[in-house]
Design a protein around this ligand. Structure first.
Ligand code: ADP
Length: 302
């Protein structure tokens, strides 16, 4: 049985359809990622699963408990880290942790083993006010506070947004360790590269799930041929690529452009020649493996 199960969840705020009939299940011990840009509906979904918000229609259960009927029972089983920093800024690191433990009628000592690896990094700052911690340290403390009552399900809403790259990596390493302890984790992120850290992901846009799959599965199902195209000047190159009869779609991607092509009609070398004839410098065209971001672009048609 799925640990989290959602069936046709919908939620609107006035004219905005924040969730549009979302259905999915998360298995026990799974690290499940909800990936989508700002405004996709991730927080709305998390708020419904954590019993803080009611869906307009549809059903959701966590460990078989209904998010509306059994909201109190669910709250003691889940750990939740909201997108916005939610700890008490005026309390110290240590005080925050003890406060959250007390709220759930447990002591820090009895569940310390679960947070030890993370808390160790916070220990030098344990008397510091939470409001004066760096972004990465705040996230570590928030994770400790979400874990201290030993939840079986952890819901983390954009834990890496606005966090430096080293802290981002550390956070994912911590999640991998928690997963080894069979804690079911649902995590949202707008960073497509983080999708590869998850067992399965849901790609989300405008309140709907576009696809639910393993990251490898999504990449393997990419239906087109993808090339990386370099050349200067870059902006004009993108416009010319989009006009090219053998290019299906082209978009800027870091230093290069990515283009899906009708590869039965043209080779990378031929496109290189075409572009050189048009006066482009430093031209290089090569076939590449799609990333999750390419898959997202293809699925959304953007
Ligand atoms: P995400 O977490 O992916 O950024 P949200 O769930 O926060 O997405 O928002 C989904 C959509 O719902 C957005 O268009 C957002 O502006 C809108 N929205 C979210 N909360 C409210 C609210 N309380 N009132 C009105 N609109 C909201």
């Amino acid at each position: 049985m799925s640990i989290i199960s959602c069936r046709e969840l919908s939620k609107r705020y006035g004219k905005v359809e924040a969730l549009r009939s979302v259905s999915f299940g998360v298995e026990g011990g799974e690290l499940f990622g909800v990936i989508g840009p700002d405004g996709a509906g991730k927080s709305t979904l998390f708020r419904i699963l954590t019993t803080l918000l009611r869906a307009d229609s549809g059903q959701a259960t966590v460990e078989g408990l209904d998010v509306v009927r059994d909201c109190r029972a669910i709250r003691s089983r889940i750990g939740y880290m909201p997108g916005r920093f939610s700890l008490y800024q005026d309390l110290s690191v240590e005080e925050n942790l003890h406060f959250f433990a007390a709220m759930f009628h447990v002591t820090v000592r009895e569940n310390y083993a679960l947070v030890r690896d993370i808390y160790r990094q916070l220990e030098p700052f344990r008397a510091r006010r939470a409001g004066n911690l760096s972004g990465g340290m705040k996230q570590k403390l928030a994770l400790c506070c979400a874990l201290i009552h030993k939840p079986s399900v952890l819901l983390l809403d954009e834990p890496t947004t606005g966090v430096d790259p080293v802290s981002r990596r550390e956070l994912w390493e911590m999640l991998a360790r928690l997963r080894q302890q069979r804690i079911t984790i649902v995590v949202s992120t707008p960073y497509m590269d983080e999708a590869l850290r998850c067992d399965r992901i849901a790609l989300m846009r405008e309140g709907a799930f576009l696809k639910i799959e393993t990251p490898e599965g999504i990449i393997a199902q990419f239906p087109q041929t993808l090339w990386s195209v370099q050349g200067d000047p870059k902006y004009r190159l993108l416009k010319d690529l989009r006009r090219h009869e053998d290019v299906i779609a082209a978009y800027a991607f870091g230093d290069a452009h990515h283009a899906t092509v009708r590869s039965e009609r043209i080779t990378p070398l031929q496109l290189e020649e075409n572009l050189k004839m048009l006066g482009y410098l430093n031209v290089e065209v090569k076939k590449i493996q799609p990333t999750i971001e390419d898959c997202y672009m293809q699925l959304t048609g953007t």
